[in-house]
Write a protein that binds this ligand. Structure first.
Ligand code: GLY
Length: 565
């Protein structure tokens, strides 16, 4: 045992402990005066900040980040997938862009069932038929044309440079790619890019993607038209035909970005702007916050069993409604007004008591399917007062792992987000209903929840995360961390979170996330727990409107970067 004999030694020990404690707890957000970009990958964040420095607005920067992530973060960054953008502009207008993938014209409700009518998950997750018609290129180009200030050539060039000249694969990027080495080896075009003659890629290697650079140059020179009506569309359909896919030229020529009214809600004076159907994100987020607004939490309630019980019970009702009612609102009637009404929330609030209600008693006739958690989110804010919250995805990590030969980009396996057989769970365990069954041209239900929070009509928080069905609960808790508990954005994205999605009837929680006392209290109320696991990868910005300062935080669960100027 160390004996501290002199008062000088004791003083040094105390000083050391204080400094260590300070270092341990000194999680400060990145601070900037003129704008902020937070994404899951450092090169892409830098691209966005450079665009802001050049005088571009948040949309210019977001589009540049979107194309850059397709090069530097191929697990989820993409031009072969789809997503959602939420914009709040300097003139106080809120809008959303839906560039979700859609089901091909030749798709049908039984396409992933075997001859006995059983769902075959391998079909909805792998191979060419697992892909929906990609929307990302249309979405990014639409956003730039309508809300940006720079040319496509200016904002896409950094992505072209990263693809053409390469970037150094760090430990995390090489490890991530190598995790799918076996799958990449199944497809010659994927093997060429994501393996070294079939072997794993080494850390520190310069990763050059010449085919992808050429595809991005075609988009730079001819716009989204090349992807949907030109040489890129023709090549995708040709490859699809060769490999048993069902894409047609008409699938591409008829693809449209849909500008939709946002889902608007409020929580104790904060205004919530989020994404509507075909994402379930905005509706479920607002519905949950409406219920939780009825409780009086104190600052010390954070992650107490009292607080978590209320969150869990609320989420059971929200996810039961999600399973039953949500789908593409252009195809099915989604009762949006009811689901986000304060009156309906009050009914749910009144059903919540001191003990856990078993999920099967809330609703029992719908099964849920699991959703991929490999999406990515980025947040951007500029000095002009514009804010962009954008989440996009290939669904699984690296989508279906199929690179379109000669074009250098990966395809999504988003068809797995449909309920292929209502009542049958998919790869990740959520149950789905008829509202989300496959129909030609329909968009599959998503959980992506890109969100912007306002106070006094000014953006004060821009937030989102990957995480499949867990996205909604992670965004919700991060908002509560700020709005209810007064955390700064760094703490808000850092602290442990939980998740409950009605079915399975169990609480997901993070390693070191809950103390034994809390678990015991919740168990006594009737809650069940799964194995601990990481939840979400938040990329958040907060804005101090009184001092015009931007704060950025990239979730330490990942390897992203917040950067401002
Ligand atoms: N593919 C995950 C989602 O759309 O939520």
């Amino acid at each position: 045992m160390l004996l501290l004999t002199s008062s000088k030694s004791r003083f040094h020990l105390i000083l050391f402990l204080c400094l260590s404690a300070n270092l341990l707890f000194a999680r400060n957000p990145i601070r900037a005066k003129h704008g902020m970009v937070v994404s899951a990958e450092k090169y892409a964040t830098k691209v966005g900040v450079n665009i802001l420095k050049m005088g571009g607005n948040a949309v210019d920067a977001a589009v540049a980040v979107g194309f850059a992530l397709a090069v530097t973060y191929p697990a989820a960054g993409n031009i072969g997938g789809g997503g959602f953008l939420v914009l709040y502009d300097k003139n106080k207008n809120a809008t959303t862009l839906d560039f979700r993938e859609k089901a091909p014209l030749k798709s049908h409700s039984k396409m992933f069932l075997d001859s006995l009518g059983n769902f075959v998950p391998e079909l909805s997750q792998n191979g060419w038929q697992s892909s929906g018609v990609p929307g990302t290129v249309a979405g990014l180009c639409y956003a730039l044309q309508k809300y940006g200030t720079m040319t496509l050539a200016e904002v896409i060039q950094p992505a072209i440079d990263l693809a053409e000249n390469g970037f150094l694969l760090d430990y995390h990027s090489s490890k991530s790619i190598n995790t799918s080495n076996k799958d990449f080896n199944k497809y010659e075009a994927s093997k060429k890019i994501f393996t070294e003659n079939g072997k794993e890629l080494t850390e520190g290697r310069l990763f050059i993607q010449t085919d992808l650079a050429n595809t991005l140059k075609l988009i730079r020179d001819n716009g989204a038209d090349d992807f949907y009506n030109g040489s890129i569309a023709s090549k995708i359909v040709e490859e699809s035909d060769r490999h048993g896919g069902i894409f047609s030229l008409e699938d591409f020529s008829s693809y449209k970005v849909i500008e939709r009214e946002p889902i608007i809600g409020s929580y104790k004076g904060y205004k919530i702007i989020s994404m509507g159907p075909p994402s379930s994100g905005g509706i479920c987020l607002v519905q949950a916050l409406n219920v939780l607004e009825n409780f009086n939490f104190t600052k010390n309630d954070w992650n107490s069993s009292n607080y978590l019980h209320k969150i869990i019970e609320t989420c059971k009702y929200v996810y039961a409604d999600r399973a039953e009612h949500l789908g593409d609102s252009d195809f099915v009637n989604v009762p949006v007004d009811k689901l986000i009404s304060k009156d309906y929330a009050k009914e749910i609030f009144n059903s919540i008591n001191e003990n856990a209600v078993p999920s099967k008693e809330i609703s029992s006739n719908i099964l849920l399917k699991k959703e991929s958690e490999e999406t990515t989110h980025f947040s951007v804010a500029d000095k002009f007062g514009n804010a962009v919250s954008l989440t996009y995805t290939l669904n699984s990590s690296y989508g279906n792992k199929i690179v379109v030969d000669g074009l250098g980009f990966l395809l999504n396996n988003e068809m797995d987000d449909f309920s292929s057989k209502p009542g049958e769970p998919n790869q990740y365990g959520l149950l789905g209903s008829y509202a989300n069954s496959i129909e030609p041209q329909k968009r599959m239900l998503s959980s992506m929840t890109p969100t912007i929070i306002l106070q006094d009509d000014k953006p004060i928080m821009i937030i989102g995360t990957p995480g499949g069905a867990t996205i909604i609960t992670q965004v919700m808790q991060t908002i509560l961390n700020v709005a209810e508990f007064g955390m700064d954005i760094e703490d808000a994205v850092f602290v442990p979170r939980i998740h409950h999605q009605w079915l399975p009837d169990e609480v997901y929680y993070e390693p070191f996330g809950l103390s034994d006392d809390v678990i015991k209290n919740l168990s006594q109320k009737g809650h069940k727990f799964g194995k601990p696991r990481r939840l979400g990868l938040m990329e958040g910005i907060s804005i101090d409107q009184s001092n015009k300062l931007f704060y950025g935080a990239s979730d330490p669960r990942g390897t992203g970067k917040a950067m401002g100027f």
